[in-house]
Write a protein that binds this ligand. Structure first.
Ligand SMILES: Cc1cc2nc3c(=O)[nH]c(=O)nc-3n(C[C@H](O)[C@H](O)[C@H](O)COP(=O)(O)O)c2cc1C
Length: 173
């Protein structure tokens, strides 16, 4: 199959996740194109059989360029096998209120675009102190301390469960 992976990533973890998904699908014999939503204006979706859209949560919202992409191509996406991967730090924990909030963010994203994914998966992201400016680093330090998480304030701390992601893709599309 010819598969599209379109992603939006602010600090880089969702890009890494998109590339991992591509590797898994290529290993299964599929042909895969990975593209950032910001570069996808000219893309012809007619050549693809299936698509993964992936974006990350920042202050309760997904990147607007991924929303624009989903809205523009909703009719075509709704006619093929699709997955929506929503990357966040809340998913790294177990709190029920956080999971409900993530589900609400995904519902809002899909309702706003008119796209109905075949499946939605919440994926744990990463702290990326190597990518944060002063203010982001300050805010993320506060979030980490509130959650009682031990993190590397100079480096990156990854929570993405690669085995779980491989399992999700094992029988998709
Ligand atoms: C400024 C900022 C705001 C964030 N807001 C949220 C949030 O509201 N909920 C959440 O679960 N994670 C939040 N995160 C964590 C990101 O979703 C997480 O770091 C993710 O891995 C980012 O993916 P990316 O590197 O592809 O952008 C936030 C991160 C930053 C830097």
């Amino acid at each position: 199959m010819n598969i599209l992976i379109c992603y939006a990533s602010t600090e880089g973890q969702t890009r890494k996740i998109a590339q991992f998904c591509a590797g898994q699908l290529i290993a299964k014999g599929h042909s895969v194109e990975v593209i950032s939503a910001g570069d996808a204006d000219e893309l012809d979706l007619g050549v693809f059989d299936a698509a993964i859209l992936a974006g990350s949560v920042h202050l309760g919202r997904i990147q607007s360029e991924l929303g624009d992409f989903a809205r523009t191509h909703a009719a075509v996406l709704n006619g093929m096998a699709t997955l929506y991967l929503q990357v966040s730090l809340a998913r790294a924990g177990e709190e029920e209120t956080d999971m409900a909030e993530l589900a609400a963010i995904a519902s809002r994203f899909c309702a706003d675009s008119g796209w109905t994914p075949g499946a939605i998966h919440q994926i744990a992201g990463a702290f990326r102190f190597t990518q944060y400016d002063f203010f982001k680093a300050w805010a993320m330090r506060w979030i980490a301390s509130r959650k009682g998480q031990e993190i590397d304030l100079q480096g990156d701390t990854e929570y993405t469960d690669w085995a779980e992601l491989a399992q999700i893709l094992s029988d998709w599309p």
